[in-house]
Design a protein around this ligand. Structure first.
Ligand code: ZN
Length: 104
């Protein structure tokens, strides 16, 4: 199915982007930890935001990897609850959806 191939390419691109973003955040966080105490107090608020973004990226990376595994083993696009094939439109809008519109 060519649509699945296109989705796979998009997922792989997104995965690369997220991986590099997560790494940047990680570097920022460890840099902040090296600052002296007074600077840390000012920066901690920014760190919380960074950490949130980092957690979101990690979560997305996990979902994308799962979707890629499913593409490989041929179970991609099948609702994990009712086993119905998820529409291509839905997958294109939400590439790592694991459930059909009715089960989500
Ligand atoms: Zn379903």
């Amino acid at each position: 199915m060519s649509e699945i191939n296109e989705i796979k390419i998009k997922l792989e691109e997104k995965l690369l982007e997220l991986t590099s973003r997560a790494k940047t955040i990680d570097d920022d966080l460890s840099e902040a930890a090296d600052d002296d105490w007074s600077e840390n107090a000012v920066e901690s608020e920014g760190d919380e935001v960074l950490e949130k973004i980092g957690n979101m990226a990690v979560d997305e990376i996990r979902k994308i990897k799962l979707a890629l595994i499913k593409i490989e083993d041929g179970t991609y696009g099948i609702c994990e609850r009712c086993k119905v094939r998820v529409s291509v439109e839905r997958l294109e809008a939400l590439p790592y959806a694991t459930r059909c519109i009715n089960c989500s």
